[in-house]
Design a protein around this ligand. Structure first.
Ligand code: KE4
Length: 436
């Protein structure tokens, strides 16, 4: 049984200085209860907390650590980079090197700019789309998360596809009302919005594989329809590949599904665990960005040498043959083991997986959008999470997130995880929780 005394003390003190004791809400374990372990070290597939507990980590910093924690070649490269200085606020060759790698992996990106987070990437991509089209409205999808820029913290009103309403205090209604919200996997709703607001919609922004309502894959034809509709109605198609970029394939979801977006947003993996974001796409669009063009965006640490170094080393590993085959093998083996454990325990759940992204939904119904994802039993998920944590498995602390399998997860890690999940589900069943 794991103990968390030190983390409890540290969490109490952290809450005095940081809202909720954290620098990003999901880390506070509000959705699953209990005290979040305070982590001191990561190595490979493992993380270690202040109480000496060891966990197999399926958060991986929410996606960046596809190589696992502290991969030696990344650490060594960073050590050398740090010796040369951490930031110059001036051009470096490293930025061009990483940009070249990304552009060759994703041909729809002819030109890009680095920023410091996925939020900055999507925020700027939308500003650029509005400048390029001269239009103000955007379409996003219910359950899609694109960072916390004001206009993107908008949720659907009542009805199928609607004018957005603020999804957080502090977001002006006027900002939210330029955001139209449609159900994921519903191209008809998108077409209706284009017909209702002709000439007003600048862009459609979509997670090509949704991972912020849990993992929800695009149904056949959905992304193709978004491509067709965007072109037909003069809007830009923006793929938010902050999670899927270099995750679901070396070329991202745009390679996996064969769709060329007009703009792509990236983050996480391309920084190898350091703060990063990027937005890029068609040259004629990107050349509108200052100082080449009139659309403004800037950033003190954008393209800094450390994030560039970690990103370059990470992509060097990911571009090697067999890497995605290994990820696929490990992730599919985990998914199979979970499904078998669930049927053995007689608990109805859905294992949603795309490549090395995986969510266990505690529902017996198919999950195709946010409405169906919300049918999952979050209390049961919380009990499942705590059972795993007590067995040394650090699962994502929310039903509406993805688990991330890395190259550092060994076959043995996967088998240990399946055994822990088997025990957790049997325990839930023995308590009369979860039903088939
Ligand atoms: P950041 O600003 O957190 O770097 O990226 C925002 C973002 C943009 N687009 C997508 C598809 C994303 O998933 C994210 C951020 N992802 C969350 C996890 N679901 C980050 C974890 C957190 O918020 O603490």
């Amino acid at each position: 049984m794991n103990k968390f005394e030190h983390s409890q003390k540290l969490f109490h003190e952290a809450q005095h200085y940081l809202p909720g004791g954290v620098d990003s809400p999901v880390r506070a374990f509000k959705a699953v209860g209990g005290t979040p372990p305070f982590i001191v070290r990561g190595q490979g597939s493992r993380i270690y907390d202040e109480d000496g507990n060891e966990f197999i980590d399926y958060v991986g910093s929410w996606g960046p650590l596809i190589l696992g924690h502290s991969r030696p070649r990344v650490v060594d490269a960073l050590k050398q980079a740090i010796e040369r200085g951490t930031s110059f606020g001036a051009p470096t060759q490293l930025e061009t090197t990483l940009a070249r790698k990304i552009c060759s992996a994703m041909p729809a990106i002819e030109m890009l700019r680095f920023v410091n987070s996925g939020t900055e990437a999507t925020m700027t991509a939308l500003r650029l789309a509005r400048a390029f089209t001269g239009r103000d409205k955007i379409i996003k999808f219910a359950g899609g998360y694109h960072g916390h820029a004001d206009g993107l913290l908008a949720k659907g009103g009542s009805g199928l596809a609607t004018l957005g309403i603020p999804d957080s205090p502090g977001v002006p209604l006027s900002y939210a009302q330029n955001t139209l919200v449609a159900p994921y996997n519903n191209a008809e709703a998108v077409e209706q919005l284009f017909q209702r607001y002709p000439g007003e919609i600048a862009a459609v922004i979509v997670e090509p594989v949704a991972a912020n309502m849990g993992v929800v894959s695009p149904q056949p034809g959905f992304l193709t329809s978004l491509r067709r509709l965007s072109s037909e109605f003069g809007a830009l198609l923006i793929f938010d590949e902050v999670i899927t970029g270099f995750r679901v394939a070396y070329g991202g979801a745009q390679a996996l599904y064969g769709i060329a977006p007009d703009l792509t947003c990236l983050g996480k993996i391309i920084g190898g665990g350091l703060p990063v974001g990027a937005y890029g796409g068609r040259r004629e669009i990107m050349e509108m960005m200052a100082p080449a063009g009139p659309v403004y965006q800037a950033g003190t640490l954008s393209g800094n040498p450390l994030a560039m170094t970690a990103g370059i080393e990470t992509l060097k590993v990911l571009s090697q043959p067999g890497v995605y085959h290994q990820l696929e093998k490990r992730a599919s083996s985990l998914a199979k083991g979970i499904a078998e454990a669930a049927s053995k325990a007689g608990i109805s759940l859905r294992v949603a997986r795309v490549a090395s992204l995986l969510t266990v939904f505690f529902t017996g119904q198919p999950v195709v959008d946010y409405e169906s994802a919300k049918q999952a039993e979050t209390t049961l998920f919380g009990r499942f999470f705590q059972q795993l944590l007590s067995q040394g498995i650090y699962w994502p602390p929310s039903q509406f997130e993805a688990a991330f399998i890395s190259l550092a997860h060994s076959d043995e890690d996967i088998q240990l995880t399946i055994r822990a999940i088997d025990k957790a589900l049997s325990f839930l069943k023995s308590k009369g929780l979860g039903h088939s």
